[in-house]
Design a binder for this molecule. Structure first.
Ligand code: SAH
Length: 241
């Protein structure tokens, strides 16, 4: 199927023949910026129903209408993998969210750790980044970005059956890998630029679900570490084949 120039996330049910209203912001983008006109095609997904080409029925300045054609791809869920990370500077945090979507994380969870500097995040802004990344990478699913929580609270309620890949900079150069760990529910934990505290490390080592992993012989920045860890997990246990 021919690729369209525009791939758009909409929060609306999709199905063959379904009409999809275009709001003001989308009308500005589709008909103003991208100059689409009646009869042109776009590609739609909503994170639930798969992907559909759609034809522009009405292209107004402030509103419009699209109509779905035959489904082009079914919904494809990523593996049940959470990415838990400590927010860093704004641009690097944005990068982590974008890469987590491209790499196929199912949920993106910012956490406050002992050495986390930034105390606030704009969840809605990070969620919008996740939507944009899904539009760009051809994903049919948009991972949820959760509210910032404290790491100790998250660990206190940790689900029994979820394995945790603990990326520990103290293991730099060690040979700790995922080995033959199994299970189909996972989370990756990446620390802030300041790394983990001794208290956090002790606590994580005591968890039966935690697998301490080294990401090689060099200390990576948190954003690099997130991509490296997602790559390692996807290649070992995930959907790379
Ligand atoms: N300031 C710390 C480094 C923190 S790096 C120090 O100098 O020791 C930020 C995060 O990336 C770490 O908390 C860890 O989760 C991950 N990370 C970076 N390099 C790593 C490595 N070689 N092995 C495992 N995790 C690593």
């Amino acid at each position: 199927m021919k690729r369209t120039r525009v791939r758009l996330y909409v929060d609306h049910p999709l199905g063959q023949g379904q009409s999809v209203p275009v709001d003001r912001a989308q009308a500005h983008y589709l008909f103003g910026v991208m100059r689409l006109a009646t009869g042109d095609r776009v590609t739609l997904f909503n994170g639930r129903d798969g992907e559909f080409p759609a034809e522009v029925q009405e292209a107004g300045k402030r509103r419009g209408e699209l109509r779905c054609l035959e489904q082009s791809r079914p919904l494809m869920l990523p593996p049940d993998l959470w990415l838990i990370f400590a927010p860093i500077k704004k641009a690097r945090t944005d990068f982590i969210v974008e890469k987590a979507v491209e790499m196929g994380a199912a949920r993106i969870m910012p956490v406050m750790t002992d050495f986390t500097n930034s105390e606030r995040i704009r969840r809605d802004r990070l969620q919008a980044h996740a939507v944009e990344a899904a539009e760009q990478c051809g994903g049919t699913f948009v991972p949820e970005v959760t509210e910032l929580v404290k790491l100790d609270r998250l660990l206190a309620n940790w689900p029994d059956e979820r394995q945790l890949m603990f990326c520990d900079e103290a293991l730099v150069g060690a040979r700790e890998t995922l080995g033959n760990a199994g299970g189909d529910k996972w989370a990756i934990l990446i620390g802030p630029e300041g790394g983990f505290s001794d208290a956090e490390r002790t606590r994580l080592h005591a968890m039966k679900q935690a697998h301490s992993v080294s990401l090689g012989p060099r200390i990576l920045r948190a954003d690099t570490a997130a991509v490296a860890a997602l790559t390692l997990w996807q290649a070992t246990l995930g959907d790379w084949g």
